[in-house]
Write a protein that binds this ligand. Structure first.
Ligand SMILES: Nc1nc2c(c(=O)[nH]1)N[C@H]1C(S)=C(S)[C@@H](COP(=O)(O)O)O[C@H]1N2
Ligand SMILES: [Mo]
Length: 207
């Protein structure tokens, strides 16, 4: 008999209890890890803060690109959230610091036709989200984790953080938020992962 998602959920719940955490925070089929696994498709792209920039463009009235110091000069938010990887690990109470994507989209002045986003990373990784999901609380362009600058393995200099979706939507090495008039799939979404990626309903794969 194989390992079923119910058995793993049981494991997640027991682990959460052992750690003194509310087991209701562990989505179905997930287990809790205290480690911080690294999942990257391909090598970490090199970066240079002197030339780094983050663009917000596409279906917006005021497209812009921010240099590194400009990003750090914007109002910063700190959030503590749970993250859930489709490979079944969840990590609870992770703390991040960065700029709210909502603020960036407000500054860019979304056009009414701007309904979706394709998020681009250095190295070619992409992921897609509805704009609505990017306007949510806790969605950041994050540059610090647990009070320290983001490690390269975890997406330095900056990554997207979308805590309510499986973690592949949280693009590391983020460089561009492209607003689109329709949905366009990203890297994993084209390769069989679910378009919406809600951990609570286990939207893992299309098939
Ligand atoms: N640029 C980029 N972002 C990425 C990935 C990637 O391969 N490249 N992997 C995604 C996946 S599948 C996961 S689970 C998380 C892993 O983040 P971590 O390595 O910080 O745990 O990053 C996501 N963002
Ligand atoms: Mo992942």
């Amino acid at each position: 008999m194989g390992i079923t998602s119910k058995m793993i959920a049981g494991r997640g719940v027991r682990q959460a209890e052992k750690l003194g955490l509310d087991p209701g925070r562990v989505p179905p089929g997930q287990y809790v890890t205290e480690r911080f696994p690294v999942l990257s498709y391909g090598p970490n792209p090199p970066y240079d803060l002197a030339t780094w920039s983050l663009a917000v463009d596409g279906e917006v009235s005021e497209p812009f690109a921010l240099r590194w110091e400009e990003l750090l000069a914007l109002p910063q938010q700190e959030v503590t959230v749970d993250i859930h990887c489709v490979t079944r690990w969840s990590k609870l109470d992770t703390t991040w610091r960065g700029v709210a994507v909502r603020d960036l989209l407000e500054r860019a002045r979304l056009k009414p036709t701007g309904t979706h986003a394709l998020v681009h990373s250095d190295g070619g990784y992409t992921t897609n989200l509805p704009v609505e999901a990017l306007l949510d609380d806790g969605v950041l362009v994050a540059h610090a984790y647990e009070g320290e600058p983001l490690e390269h393995d975890h997406g330095a200099p900056a990554r997207l953080l979308v805590p309510k979706r499986y973690f592949w939507k949280s693009a590391k090495f983020v460089r561009r938020i492209e607003i689109l008039p329709e949905d366009r799939k990203g890297f994993w979404e084209l390769n069989g992962y679910h378009n919406d990626a809600d951990p609570w309903t286990e939207q893992r794969h299309w098939f």
